[in-house]
Design a protein around this ligand. Structure first.
Ligand SMILES: [Zn+2]
Length: 436
């Protein structure tokens, strides 16, 4: 077993601001900063309910948070657009075609064809999603450009306008630093100069710019996980173009891209049933939710089955599960506030201890005083040189590896490892090294 991921001291944040219901203390998460994370391993974390914000990876505590968040994935390969989705695409195409020349005339769904049908007042041709969604990009007016995940002035101006007008963010909080931390930095150590071919084979983090008449009107922030899925990180648009329904359109564009890349799934982030404005994620079908109570292999159920469970679930138990799962009540949890919360999908203290004692070992990584030594002997030094200068990149001088019972120091390390093992499970825990 090798140490594939390098993370900071992980921990439980028991009181955080919730952006969905605006509770000041209602959000509870377990998380860590990742200095290094192979994208395949990140894919496994997605299937354990994790998401990322820059290099910070977190998993919500569904039992104790105000707004339980469920990982949702769409079967992009089987996607059938709803009436509303078709309308969004048609409206956008109509807008683009109203004053545009079409580059390609070679198919039946061209803008010229749409114009003709519009004047005839009939539209009996079956709707072809993959064709219709690409149509706008055939005009000389609209373009989606693949961009390196770096900050530029036009991206930052768009972000500022979007955060202030749509999310009512305090202007002082919308900085270049926050853009870079949230939307550029990532733990994947990818090469620069991305291409769709490279995103398909190596994966990585990238931006897509939506340009109308050469002006950036929207930006999609995405991760590509080879052979697995396209994962949406964020989307922003210019509020002057609200009439184009760019939020809905981008999801449809991303579903089409998922199919082009040959992936089965499109991950939309979290579905939050208790938050009406976040239920729209369930409008894309067919979708599954990750059962939050599974502690080993990921278990998914169709959204519809969960919606039944939400209706039936009693109010004392705010999260719903379809698995036959009982919350563990055992164990001496006095050392860990987190493990005493009985978070679904997380092992109890005693269970984690049992797993820990059966593990081959653990990794505890010691940073160098002046930060100049590489992670391990076979690791390239240049792994840590990239452009995100405000992200801390540790160089390490020592890797401690040994049986769990030999963890040095006080109880704090031991508890930290137990919490990590309890959250990641026995399969993933050995892949992690913790910097202390
Ligand atoms: Zn909330």
């Amino acid at each position: 077993m090798s140490c594939q991921a390098v993370i900071s001291f992980p921990g439980y944040r028991s009181q955080g601001h919730c952006g969905y219901c605006e509770s000041a203390t209602g959000s509870k998460i377990y998380g860590f900063s990742a200095f290094k994370m192979p994208i395949q391993l990140y894919g496994e974390l997605l299937d354990k309910g994790f998401r990322r914000s820059g290099t910070f990876l977190y998993r919500p505590d569904l039992a104790n948070s105000c707004c339980p968040q469920y990982t949702i994935r769409l079967h992009a390969d089987e996607f059938k657009p709803s009436k509303e989705a078709k309308k969004v695409i048609k409206n956008f195409n109509k807008h683009i075609c109203s004053n545009s020349n079409v580059k390609t005339e070679n198919n039946d769904n061209t803008i010229e064809e749409l114009k003709k049908r519009k004047t005839k007042g009939s539209d009996n041709k079956p709707f072809d999603f993959d064709e219709a969604i690409k149509l706008s990009e055939k005009s000389d007016q609209f373009e989606i450009r693949l961009l390196d995940p770096k900050i530029t002035e036009e991206k930052f101006q768009l972000y500022k306008k979007y955060q202030q007008l749509i999310h009512k963010d305090d202007p002082e909080s919308v900085t270049r630093g926050s853009f870079k931390r949230f939307l550029c930095s990532n733990p994947f150590h990818q090469k620069s100069h991305i291409s769709y071919e490279r995103l398909k084979t190596e994966g990585g983090h990238f931006h897509q710019g939506y340009y109308l008449d050469g002006k950036l009107i929207a930006l999609a922030v995405l991760d590509s996980l080879p052979g697995k899925c396209l994962s949406s990180v964020y989307f922003m648009y210019d509020p002057d173009y609200t009439h184009l329904d760019l939020g809905k359109l981008s999801a449809l564009k991303e579903i089409a891209l998922t199919r082009e890349l040959g992936y089965k799934y499109y991950y939309l982030g979290y579905y939050i049933h208790t938050c009406i404005k976040m239920r729209y994620k369930g409008n894309y079908k067919p979708s599954d939710l990750l059962d939050p109570t599974s502690t080993s292999k990921p278990v998914w159920y169709p959204l519809e089955q969960f919606q039944d469970a939400f209706e039936k679930s009693n109010l004392k138990n705010k999260y719903a599960t379809i698995l036959n799962w009982k919350c563990a009540k055992d164990g001496d949890t006095s050392d860990s506030e987190y493990l005493s919360q009985h978070v679904p999908g997380v092992l109890s203290y005693k269970e984690a201890e049992k797993v820990a004692n059966n593990l081959n070992g653990y990794y505890l990584l010691e940073p160098d005083d002046n930060g100049t030594v590489s992670i391990s002997e076979d690791e390239e030094e240049d792994e840590y040189t990239d452009e995100f200068d405000d992200v801390y990149r540790p160089k390490l001088r020592k890797i401690h590896f040994g049986p769990f019972s030999h963890i040095p120091g006080n109880k704090v390390f031991k508890t930290m490892f137990l919490e990590l093992i309890a959250t990641l499970g026995p399969e993933l825990a050995p892949c992690f090294g913790v910097v202390y």
